[in-house]
Write a protein that binds this ligand. Structure first.
Ligand SMILES: [Zn+2]
Length: 551
């Protein structure tokens, strides 16, 4: 929107209750009595009004989308800070709230705007302990691709017009955290995770899965390969405390995120995939805390905004009261990960395959379902009955490893893979380049079998790699890359580079060397490599040759 028009919006929106002599704006949802949700321009206008009214916020942009729209980024702090260094010097914990990654799931966007407004008034005390970063409309292209809810969010209870799930490149941003193909992901990796290293991230969604009796469901990071300390704190301390507060203070029932596979005869309550392609799982791999928040699609829009808002306020309150403990757990996770990579602590076995696991049987409130007598084409097979019942079900709220590989000292890959090296740098990972040749025994995946999925997913045919690891003497030429795990992001290094896992290999990161999707495995790397050896090698120790850190 041109500045002039934006100004007009600002004037039009100055109609809300007066606080401390200033007029604070209302959200589009509030102004429309929850009939509609904010466009990206309206988000910008709201933030401008709030800043002009003296709220303790600074509005900037994370970057631009494929369609050139600004991704608004807000720093809420009191007194103002403009950098992570200033936040650390002031002893503040940095928290990042992200809304609208799936842009049809709109209540998070309205809720974070309301939270930002409260930071000007009743909730300003939260800024004594916290610096709060907010991306209120993380997916502006999806947000503004308005369509009838019946098309974009068929099971959602309002508002009538909502955006679509994918971004302007038709990517699901919540599958993009490893490969980082979307401008939104690249911007947030650089300008949020690498720049600010938030202690806690909250990702706001709406679930239209199994019909249940909760206003909101939540999940900690699920990849067991992340450092345990921060994730265990979220899972065992923070989320149970928040659940109790939401019930006691707001009469809002909440529970762990999950679905039942067989709704007619519910057998277990199962969470979703643990992969780091998803935002909160990704943050867990970085050794930071994260919460997935899923408002209930079948609640009306006003209820969803309210419960998401209340959950956010309580998360922020909890974080501010436990700031020292959160900081201590994360520092300890960084230290331990780096020591494991260096071999100064035992190197853990980490998962390349996972299985669902549980915490025991608990009551779960579900809506009773019945078969649909109308079996016509396109009709849902099951219908809700309006009756809610409490079932006692196994709560499968986590994953454990079903196949592990030990964390290596690092990974070698060929000089030709500069794109992979650049992507690792975008993730904030230290990457080294050999200044001279180095000969050593390394672990090589031999007899490699490559299997590309026949179906396309997010523009890729995912690659599954199997083989047998063998210790072999190999010479690495100058220019080859070495990525050590002796760094705070060492477990993310494993997640991204372990060939048999779900990392960059899966997404075609090394396809060029492998002959491409559906291509033949031929002419592999490092000059003399035999056919059948995979080009990413595991290192038992760091090279004793000169290396240079990539800038
Ligand atoms: Zn979602």
């Amino acid at each position: 929107m041109p500045a002039l028009l934006r100004g007009l919006f600002v004037v039009l929106m100055l109609t809300a209750p007066v606080l401390a002599g200033q007029t604070l704006p209302k959200t589009t949802a509030e102004r429309s009595n929850y009939a509609s949700t904010s466009s990206n321009d309206e988000v910008g206008a709201f933030l401008d009004s709030l800043e002009l009214a003296g709220a303790p916020i600074a509005v900037s942009e994370l970057g631009r989308t494929a369609l050139g729209k600004p991704i608004f980024f807000v720093i809420a702090s009191d007194p103002p800070v403009t950098s992570p260094g200033e936040a650390a010097a002031a002893g503040k914990l940095v928290v990042y709230l992200q809304a609208n990654i799936h842009a049809g799931e709109v209540e998070g966007k309205e809720a974070v705007l309301a939270v930002l407004r409260e930071l000007a008034g009743p909730s300003r005390d939260l800024l004594r302990q916290l610096v709060i970063l907010v991306a209120p409309d993380y997916n502006p292209d999806g947000n503004d691709a308005l369509g009838p809810q019946a098309v974009n969010r068929s099971e959602q209870n309002g508002p009538e017009l909502v955006g679509r799930r994918a971004d302007g490149l038709n990517l699901d941003l919540n599958r993009d955290y490893f490969k980082a193909e979307a401008p939104e992901t690249r911007a947030s990796l650089a300008r949020v995770y690498e720049a600010w290293d938030p202690a806690l991230m909250v990702d706001l969604h709406t679930t239209d899965g199994t019909l249940h009796g909760y206003h909101l469901t939540y999940s900690p990071p699920l990849d067991p390969n992340g450092p345990a300390g921060p994730t265990d704190f979220v899972r065992n301390q923070m989320l149970p405390a928040l659940r109790k507060t939401l019930q006691d203070k707001y009469r809002a029932p909440t529970f762990d995120y999950g679905n039942v596979e067989t709704p007619l005869v519910p057998k277990s309550w199962d969470t979703y995939a643990p992969l780091g392609w998803y935002g909160t799982n990704y943050v867990g791999l970085r050794g930071r805390m994260a919460i997935l928040c899923e408002a209930y699609s079948h609640d009306d829009f006003r209820t969803r905004v309210r419960v998401t808002h209340d959950f956010l306020i309580e998360i922020l309150t909890y974080a501010s009261l436990h700031a020292d403990e959160i900081r201590r757990l994360e520092r300890e996770a960084d230290r331990q990960t780096a020591l494991e990579g260096a071999g100064l602590l035992p190197r853990p076995g980490l998962a390349v395959a996972y299985k669902l696991a549980g915490r025991g049987v608990e009551p779960v409130v579900l809506e009773v379902m019945k078969p649909n007598p109308d079996t016509g084409r396109g009709r849902p097979p099951l219908l809700p009955t309006g009756e809610f019942r409490t079932y006692r079900l196994p709560i499968n709220d986590r994953f454990v490893d079903s196949l592990t590989r030990p964390l290596p000292a690092g990974y070698f890959f060929p000089a030709a893979e500069g794109d992979v090296a650049a992507l690792l740098r975008l993730h904030g990972i230290q990457v080294r380049r050999l200044g001279a040749g180095w000969t050593d025994t390394v672990e090589v995946l031999t007899g490699t079998q490559l299997k590309w999925a026949t179906r396309e997913f997010q523009g890729h045919h995912l690659l599954e790699v199997t083989g047998t690891w063998a210790p072999l003497i190999r010479t690495l030429p100058a220019g080859a890359y070495f990525v050590p795990t002796a760094q705070p992001l060492g477990r993310l290094v494993f997640a991204l580079l372990e060939p048999e896992g779900y990392g960059l290999v899966r997404w075609g990161g090394f396809d060029r060397l492998l002959g491409g999707e559906f291509g033949a495995l031929s002419g592999l790397v490092y000059g003399s490599s035999a056919v059948g050896e995979f080009p990413v090698w595991r290192a038992g120790r760091a090279p004793r040759a000169p290396t240079r850190l990539l800038p």
